[in-house]
Design a protein around this ligand. Structure first.
Ligand code: 5GP
Length: 216
């Protein structure tokens, strides 16, 4: 097990409905030493990419992205979520469905902060069905910028997002891939990433449709 998997086993809580709570160290209270280790690992995995910007989404991606940015020495842009927007033509906007709030969020980035010269690393805390990531990818592409890679803390490998994103050809690096969890025993099974091919396509089950985005 790697450092993040060990921490999930120690402090993560498995809830009914295939929800993994990591709010004591990752996305509510944040263990900055852990985030720093994650940032170093993202830097190692994307060492050969000409990344000049990190893009994430509010709220829980921000802390992870900012600490990672200290290893890349690049600025962080976070996409804002809003249900009612005034489009003034100077924003890149994508639609993302919210699982918890049962509504469509607009994910917004000012055109000032993304341009065709940008080589972007997208970072987020969770990847489930990939809705949030698809929104961020769409925004980078609307700007004419390049997605150099995607760094995720926890991928839920039994949902469809990881396979879908890898099939699109993106370098997706998830520090922990959860292939199963049991709310009764609290047990979490991780994918052995040493067995993954470059496509990362060792997926256990058919995924669900794209629905979740904001369980923050
Ligand atoms: P997706 O858009 O990939 O379906 O879901 C990604 C978003 O859903 C993440 O940014 C995260 O906020 C939330 N999410 C999905 N599954 C979980 C989970 O098991 N635990 C937590 N804490 N958040 C989750």
């Amino acid at each position: 097990m790697n450092f993040l998997e060990e921490r999930i086993v120690k402090d993560g809580i498995v809830k009914e409905g295939n929800v993994l709570k990591v709010d004591s160290f990752l996305n509510h209270q944040m263990d900055i030493d852990l985030l720093d280790q994650m940032g170093a690992e993202f830097k190692r995995r994307f060492a050969d990419k000409p990344i000049n910007k990190i893009l994430t989404i509010e709220a829980s991606g921000i802390g992870i992205a900012c600490v990672a940015a200290q290893h890349f020495h690049v600025p962080v842009v976070f996409a804002k979520k809003s249900q009612s927007i005034n489009l003034d033509g100077e924003m890149y906007v994508a639609e993302v469905e919210s699982f918890t709030h049962k509504c469509i969020n607009h994910v917004i980035v000012s055109q000032k902060f993304l341009s065709p010269e940008d080589h972007v690393l997208i970072i987020d805390d969770f990847l489930a069905n990939g809705c949030a990531l698809q929104g961020l990818i769409q925004i980078v592409q609307s700007a004419g910028a390049t997605v150099e890679g995607i760094g995720i803390a926890v991928e839920k490998g039994f949902q469809s997002g990881g396979r879908m994103i890898r099939n699109l050809g993106f370098q997706l690096e998830s520090l922990a891939i959860v292939d199963g969890m049991d709310a009764e025993t609290g047990e979490v099974q991780f994918r052995d990433q040493s067995k993954m091919g470059s496509s990362g396509s060792v997926v256990t089950e058919e995924g669900e449709i794209c629905r979740s985005a904001t369980l923050d």
